[in-house]
Each structure stands twice: as C-alpha cells, then as structure tokens.
Design a protein around this ligand. Structure first.
Ligand SMILES: Nc1ncnc2c1ncn2[C@@H]1O[C@H](COP(=O)(O)OP(=O)(O)OP(=O)(O)O)[C@@H](O)[C@H]1O
Ligand code: SF4
Ligand SMILES: [Mg+2]
Length: 335
C-alpha cells in the first residue's frame, strides 16, 4: 500500500469576524470556526473527495493545507514533514509539489496575461530551462491537458470555462506538482464539460501518479472521481469512507440528506424543515448548536423524540470507526 503524501491532524482554522465598529473596539469579535478539528490522510496516487454544502469550510481546508492562510492549530504533514512549523525558506521545495486549482475561474488567471505568458511564468518559477526548453515544456503541457496550441495567444476572457480550467491545471502541472487541491474544478461548467474535466484529472492521475484533494458540493461528482470521501458539516468531518459506499449507504443523517437533495435536484438551503416549521436555514457558524451541530436540521433527532444526548453540550459526537473503512460522528447512525 502506498504511503501517505498528506496527513492532516486535528486541523483548526478559526476566523474572527467583527460585528461592527463598537464590538470590534470592545474586542467582541465573533469567532468563526471554519475548520474545527479535522483529521485525514491521502495516499500517493489517491483521490480524497471533500463534500459539503456552501460555507461549511471546504475551501478553508484547501487553503490551510496549501499554507495560503495561517492555521489556528493542528498539523499538516506533507511527505512526513510538518509544514505548519516550517520556516518559509524550507517551505519552498514543498510549495512546488503541492498546487491548488482555485474555485473562482476568473480570479485564478491573470486577465492581462496571454496563455503563453501564464504557462511560461509557471514553467520558469522554480527552473531555468532556456527558451527552447520552455517552449518544449509548454507544448507538452498543452498536450497533457488537451488544449490547442492556437490558444497560447488568447487572453483568459477569450477562453471558454473549460479551457480556463485546462490552463489552470496546466499551470499546476508546470511547476511539477505531485499533489493538487482541486477546489470545485467543475463548478460553473456545462455538464458535458464537467465530465471532460473529471476525465482529464483521472487520466493525469493515471499518467503522472498525482494525488488529489477534490473539493465539491456535488456528491455525485465526488463519488465519481474519488477513492474515499469525507463529508463536512459546519467545520467538522461528520462521515468518511470509501467512495461508492458513502452515497449508497450513508450512515450519517446529513450525508443522506445531502445525497437525497442531489438526486432530487433541489438545493438544501432554504428548503422546508422536516418538522414543517421554519426552514433548514443555511449554515450558521455564529450560533452553533450545543452538542451535535446538525441537531436543528436532523430528521433522526426529530423522529427519535429529540434525545437529550444530541444537544448535550458535553457530548458532541466524535468521528468513530464503525468498521469497513467507515467513520461516522453520530449518536444514532443510520443502518
Ligand atoms: N477570510 C475569511 N474571513 C472570515 N471568514 C471567512 C473567511 N473565509 C471564509 N470565511 C468563513 O468561513 C466559513 C467557511 O468558508 P469556506 O469558503 O471555506 O466554505 P466553502 O465550503 O468553501 O463554501 P463554498 O462551497 O461556498 O465555496 C464561512 O462561514 C465563511 O464565511
Ligand atoms: S447525533 Fe443526533 S442530532 Fe446529530 S446527526 Fe446523529 S441523530 Fe442527528
Ligand atoms: Mg469554497
């Protein structure tokens, strides 16, 4: 079995958000626990999918791993080295091996640079291959991401969404990445183009031995590309297991809800609550539920007559191993 390329241990990232000038002056900022103690590892040549609805903390996980935002506590080990304590000078060799494909298609590429310059910059950021070497490498990259050579003279706004994604992937490969955080790489794309990007990532993994953290709110796509899947809710992983079994046999009520919403083609946010009162509401880090943070939306909690253990502040359910490579954080997992 291949070794872990990435090992994340009890990672926390808390933002503080001001409630306004008066609160800020009185030091009463709100703490947003965007990541609240998560652990997982990714092996070489493996894809882990990270799924959850908007605002649950997925991008923050990606940015924290990449060192793009300082973490509050925990460890991020890459090839066994704890990146969170490395000085910037020793971080550099790891930086080229891990790259992020950013969620926002348009913010990811410099609008003033043509594709050739974008790729040239990436090819030469760590190496000095000479003009001929650069051109050869750029052609190789275009080939790897199936992009026509004629696109080299285009500006990002002249590209389609799928082409922009391909340029972003080529740029990540250009520096010699072995591990990619792909943050919603298929969002804002037509369904047929989504499939092309997923297939491209799968092919690149096979050909180059890459490892991925694949972030998406769409459990269907995550299941398609991942070897294992982690389901995130309000800064925590609530269920983790092998792809294929997560959607088919969810053990956490939130995973089941997420999957049903995909199958029914409805959004979770703003949909009616199971009790018929109010709405599911959107994720609220500012007013966390005591005990299990999913309780206010949980159909199992309601159907079981609101068991006190679910909302007991001292017993937030832990992510426990339940066998068959599955972990779940729920006092009453589904059968
Ligand atoms: N720089 C920041 N400062 C303060 N709060 C932030 C910051 N970045 C993210 N947050 C908050 O952290 C939480 C998680 O945000 P994040 O962007 O990681 O979610 P996400 O799962 O990627 O959502 P989406 O699916 O919409 O991309 C949200 O409540 C968000 O408002
Ligand atoms: S612990 Fe209770 S409230 Fe939380 S998901 Fe499980 S059943 Fe629902
Ligand atoms: Mg995001």
């Amino acid at each position: 079995m291949s070794k872990a390329i990435l090992d994340v241990k009890d990672l926390k990232k808390h933002y503080s958000r001001s409630r306004g000038l008066v609160s800020a002056l009185r030091g009463r900022d709100v703490v947003i626990p965007a990541i609240d103690g998560i652990s997982f590892y990714i092996r070489e040549n493996e894809t882990m999918g990270l799924v959850g609805e908007s605002g649950c903390g997925k991008t923050t996980v990606g940015r924290s791993i990449m060192g793009l935002t300082p973490i509050t506590s925990g460890q991020v080990l890459f090839d066994g080295e704890d990146l969170s304590v490395l000085p910037p000078s020793r971080f550099l060799p790891y930086r080229r091996q891990m790259q992020m494909i950013f969620q926002d298609l348009d913010a990811a590429l410099n609008p003033k640079m043509r594709v050739r310059s974008i790729l040239r910059e990436a090819v030469t950021v760590f190496d000095r291959p000479g003009n001929e070497g650069v051109d050869r490498r750029i052609r190789e990259l275009l080939d790897q991401v199936n992009l026509k050579e004629s696109k080299l003279t285009s500006f990002p706004h002249e590209l389609s969404g799928g082409e922009k994604r391909r340029v972003g992937i080529a740029r990540a490969l250009a520096v010699g990445a072995r591990f990619l955080v792909a943050d919603e790489p298929t969002s804002a794309l037509d369904v047929s183009i989504q499939a092309q990007i997923v297939n491209l990532l799968v092919d690149l993994q096979r050909d180059l031995g890459l490892s991925y953290l694949f972030i998406s709110h769409d459990l269907r796509i995550v299941e398609l590309i991942s070897h294992k899947v982690a389901v995130m809710y309000l800064g925590k992983i609530v269920e983790m297991g092998l792809a294929g079994s997560i959607a088919n046999r969810p053990l956490h009520p939130y995973t089941r809800m997420l999957w049903s919403s995909m199958v029914d083609g409805r959004s979770l946010e703003g949909s009616p609550s199971p009790g018929g009162r109010g709405t599911w509401g959107s994720l609220d880090f500012e007013r966390p539920q005591a005990g299990c943070r999913f309780a206010s939306r949980c159909p199992v909690y309601r159907d079981r007559g609101r068991p006190a253990v679910c909302t007991d502040p001292s017993t937030e359910p832990e992510l426990l191993d339940v066998g068959r490579a599955r972990k779940v954080a729920c006092h009453f997992p589904l059968q």
